[in-house]
Design a binder for this molecule. Sequence first.
Ligand code: AMP
Length: 314
Amino acid sequence: MSTSSNPLLIVGSIAFDDLDMPSGRHRDVLGGAATYSSLAASVLAPGGVRVVGIVGQDFPESHLADLRARGIDTAGVERAAGKTFRWHGRYSEDLSSRASIDTQLNVFADFSPKIPAAYEKSPFVLLGNIHPKLQVDVLQQARQPKLVAADTMNFWIEREPAALGEMLKRIDLLIINDEEVRQLSGVQNLVRAAADVRKRGPKALVVKRGEFGALLFDDAGTFFVPAYPLEEVLDPTGAGDSFAGGLLGYLSARGEVSPGSLRKALFFASAMGSFCVEGIGPSRLLSIGRPELAARIASFARLVDYGGDLVVPG
Ligand code: AMP
């Protein structure tokens, strides 16, 4: 039961991840885009996050209990006959790149998201990276959301351009990385690529650039948020999904969509991305609370505080 007046509905993968990190191998780690996004959002909007996804018979009930313990509503997580989605990633020595060694769709292959009646009126919706046709199906089940945000990836950009085009027409905010924006638009220059993507539907576009921060393009102009400089990064898996969860979690907690709140939300997005990479899998996200978030946001404010007067001298 949601205790928020503006709940956030998140749809996406729930997974077992096998992670090969320079520091060691990790097997059967709780993963998936919906997992990372919902954990990040739940810090900002406790009691206001609802997840729709699918798991197999092998998925421990304790993982779902861990999500519920963070105030996430898991009533929309379907349990199907078969195995849970599994992804195997291998990272480079400096963690700056990774290869997908194996992706086993398992129960995710026949996933057809069903939005429970109690979730239909979710004012905020985050469509994780799934087939764009399924993203549209979700929107057909949602009743007049205030804001719909979506993620996608190169796989769908290459293989499902028509379905992706339909999805773009129905969303307000697209959150993707710089490579994907270039691929989607066919334009190298990011500013022009962003303008092209915004003409296809989403009024606002957030371009994630990993350790180089993120750019927002909307009707109010262009805005930048840095990535939080960390001394140690353990595992970048899920950082993008945590970023999106932080962003939507902030907006749903505020219940407001405006250029100003979107700009503030980006700091919370970047903060949640930074927490995510501090642990293996979602371990750090599972342990932080509002005090840690408040402290990081305060350091963020200092990071970008130039003193208020930036005029050409003389
Ligand atoms: P990110 O690091 O933000 O790209 O997200 C990593 C998460 O995405 C991992 O936990 C994986 O389980 C999940 N993932 C990897 N490949 C896919 C895919 N093709 N579809 C959906 N989720 C995926």
